[in-house]
Design a protein around this ligand. Structure first.
Ligand code: GTP
Ligand code: MG
Length: 198
């Protein structure tokens, strides 16, 4: 798959208005400001593809990016954004868990967390939903450039240990990533290629 061919196709305000459930797609999820849109841009070498912002909550719609006729990437709105009304938040959470359970073409989820504070409350909820739905998850510890090599590596190893102890390391994998320094892209591509293979 040539990720540089990615093209924005559509935005959907809710899971119900997604494109037809055919082919294969991978969704990028994570807290607001975790770096989802930046990661999609780094992956596709297109800094204008997904809108990024210093202000959390920039992506409020589900955005679809076509790779080929049958393969897609999905940029999900960030969760845990304080300024979103509680009702909307609960509605979105219900939507998201339904999407994980019912979307047949969804082959895996890329879950992004800032390396400096991984596994916040809703990250754990998200991970548990995915595990409950037997949906494979690949965690990107983002903004790894903000930490020195030692502490970044320590965070990676601690999380791997935690996943192993919870006996979910067959379903959940994890790597370091930096959109700024373009590190970890090869590893991400390998995972996406496996999931998107038809
Ligand atoms: P929402 O759309 O609000 O959910 O956020 P998002 O997860 O899409 O985050 P986005 O990609 O917009 O990035 C948020 C901020 O983090 C921006 O200011 C980015 O420039 C910055 N950022 C993203 N990735 C990196 C990275 O690898 N390193 C550094 N240093 N900053 C980054
Ligand atoms: Mg975004």
């Amino acid at each position: 798959i040539n990720y540089a061919n990615a093209e924005f196709t559509q935005s959907a305000p809710s899971i119900r208005q997604c494109p037809p459930d055919t082919g294969a797609e991978v969704a990028f999820a994570g807290r607001s400001n975790a770096g989802k849109s930046s990661a999609i841009n780094a992956l596709t070498s297109n800094h204008k593809l997904a809108r990024t912002s210093k202000t959390p909550g920039r992506t409020q719609l589900i955005n679809f990016f076509q790779l080929t006729e049958t393969q897609r990437l999905v940029d999900l709105p960030g969760y845990g954004y304080a300024k979103v009304p509680l009702k909307m938040k609960q509605e979105w959470e219900r939507n998201l868990s339904e999407y994980l359970r019912e979307r047949q073409c969804l082959k895996g989820m890329i879950l992004l967390m800032d390396t400096r504070h991984p596994m916040q409350e809703f990250d754990t909820t998200m991970l548990n939903w995915a595990i409950g739905a037997e949906m494979p998850v690949h965690i990107l510890l983002t903004k790894a450039d903000k930490l020195k090599k030692g502490p970044a590596q320590a965070t990676l190893l601690a999380l791997r240990k935690q996943l192993k102890e919870a006996e979910v390391d067959d379903l959940v994998t994890v790597q370091l990533f930096s959109s700024l320094k373009k590190t970890g892209i090869d590893q991400l591509v390998k995972q996406l290629n496996l999931w998107l293979a038809l």
